[in-house]
Ligand binder design. Structure first.
Ligand code: SF4
Length: 309
């Protein structure tokens, strides 16, 4: 029997999350160059049923009786909104599990009224916003040819006004694709219109669909963080997927604090120097764990996301 649930897995955003894989691999409306599931096999924007919604709800219900978790999250190996039963599944799963329901979507089908309505069923919606210019979007997300970026962006703003639950955004930064200042500013302006509870900035750290994909420079990561947080406030912007400190590093408390905090956002250099014992910052930079970056006259400490070669 095909099992459509996995986990629970710990998630920084959602606590302990029970995953629902409601799309067979790999059917998507995008074929992002950085996709960790590989290139899209079926590029589609046609919604259709994939599995019996009652069976999915039953699997979740069984898991809820066996184990504890905070969220049920629709996060398949493809685009969850391609499932025409998504809204019904959200309702059934909530009834069966009595837990809040989340969905991680690429947002490409949100302009379809039935998809839009389905998304309103969720307690937590994470939408993708990697680009605001047509050309960057086309090269980075490699959308189905019938998709229109303007319609997607307009619907994101509409969802932000009419949502019932939490709305967050996720922006994957890929070196030399969506990292120029004009694109970052454009994304920041769009975020200001959407006003998500949290705008997450991600970097590709798992093997991508295209091997030439590279994470952004630490300078670009800080630029994106500063640009987004200027519009939204620092508490509303966080880094995701920034490499964790390796286990073999034996850390004292201040070092551990700096390494873990810089996974979430850049720290002002002056602050890091104040809490770290003398010489330790230099040591962490030398070990390749941290990098110092200047942005608009201020110095920041960030997790090193590129290997030093
Ligand atoms: S939208 Fe998600 S699943 Fe689809 S290609 Fe992009 S990263 Fe992969």
């Amino acid at each position: 029997m095909v099992r459509r649930i996995f986990g629970p897995v710990p998630s920084r955003r959602l606590g302990l999350s029970l995953g629902v894989n409601n799309i067979p691999p790999k059917i998507c409306s995008y074929s992002c160059v950085y996709c960790q599931v590989g290139r899209t096999i079926t590029l589609s924007i046609e919604r259709r049923p994939f599995y019996d919604p009652r069976e999915i709800a039953q699997e979740v219900g069984e898991a809820a009786r066996r184990t504890s978790f905070d969220y049920v999250t629709f996060v398949p190996d493809g685009e969850p909104t391609l499932d025409s039963n998504l809204g019904l599944e959200a309702k059934l799963v909530r009834d069966e599990s009595d837990r809040p329901i989340a969905v991680i979507t690429n947002s490409s089908l949100i302009w379809l009224e039935d998809v839009y309505r389905d998304l309103l069923e969720f307690d937590y919606v994470s939408v993708k916003l990697d680009a605001v210019s047509y050309d960057v979007w086309r090269r980075l997300n490699r959308p189905h040819p019938d998709l229109k970026l303007d319609a997607i962006l307009d619907s994101l703003v509409r969802l932000s006004k009419e949502r019932r639950g939490t709305l967050t955004t996720e922006t994957m930064l890929v070196d030399l694709m969506n990292t120029d200042s004009k694109e970052l500013e454009g994304i920041a302006d769009m975020l200001a219109d959407i006003r998500p509870e949290k705008a997450y900035i991600a970097t590709p750290i798992r093997p991508p669909a295209e091997l030439w994909v590279r994470p952004p420079s630490e300078e670009k990561l800080v630029e994106a963080y500063r640009s987004f947080s200027t519009r939204l406030g620092e508490d509303n912007v966080e880094l995701l997927n920034v490499p964790e400190p390796p286990d073999f590093v034996v850390l004292g408390e201040p070092e551990d604090y700096v390494l873990r905090t810089t996974m979430v956002h850049p720290l002002r250099l002056e602050y890091a120097e104040r809490i770290l014992p003398e010489g330790n910052l230099h040591k962490l930079v030398e070990e390749g764990l941290l990098a110092t970056v200047e942005y608009e006259g201020e110095m920041f400490v960030v997790r090193r996301i590129r290997s030093r070669s």
